[in-house]
Design a protein around this ligand. Structure first.
Ligand code: FES
Ligand code: FES
Length: 184
């Protein structure tokens, strides 16, 4: 969140915007330059979206816009109108019934402090939707824009492949090998 003086805040242009988040429509009166990450956290109380660097570097604030992962700290909330925003709460919000990608993190021990995890969850969910049979190399590439200071990434890579497994893909290099055999 960018700090500003009380005078600046009072004179800042505002607009009424309509946002669709996790399948629900919201009408909000917000400053034109308010970031999507701040609107999600402050106005909609969806605090699962974390804010780390605020500069598009760490990936903690990643949400999906029409199914594609984006940095919510790099886009004004007003720009997300006419798109469907999905946060980590929209992927799974029930500890008793985690989404497959969340279960994959549990199974793979893919988190420690958990600060980075919502960004990984939204990134990996979108990636495995696009690539149901990721190789380890592809899994590494998919998460290369998200930073984690705790885990060393190995178990997050496993969580990518475990997600694929839970969705019915093998999540291993065997898919590539089968492709190779077929083409020979
Ligand atoms: S907080 Fe958005 S990329 Fe770091
Ligand atoms: S689990 Fe702590 S930053 Fe990733």
């Amino acid at each position: 969140m960018t700090q500003m003086s009380a005078t600046e805040a009072a004179t800042e242009p505002r607009s009424t915007i309509r946002l669709s988040v996790n399948g629900k429509d919201h009408v909000l009166d917000v400053p034109d330059r308010k970031l999507l990450s701040d609107v999600l956290r402050q106005d909609l109380e969806l605090t699962g979206t974390h804010v780390g660097c605020e500069h598009g570097v760490c990936g903690a604030c990643t949400v999906q816009l029409d199914g594609d992962p984006i940095r919510s700290c790099l886009i004004f909330a007003a720009s997300a109108q006419n798109h469907e925003v999905t946060t980590v709460e929209g992927i799974g919000d029930d500890p008793e019934n985690p989404a497959d990608v969340q279960q994959a993190f549990i199974d793979s021990h893919g988190l420690q402090c958990g600060f980075c995890t919502p960004g990984f969850i939204t990134t990996i969910d979108a990636f495995v939707n696009e690539n149901p049979h990721p190789s380890e190399e592809e899994a590494r590439e998919a998460i290369s824009g998200n930073l984690c200071r705790c885990t060393g990434y190995q178990n997050i890579v496993k969580a990518v492949q475990r997600t694929a497994e839970l969705r019915g893909g093998c999540g291993q290099d065997c898919c590539d090998r089968e492709d190779t055999e077929v083409s020979q």
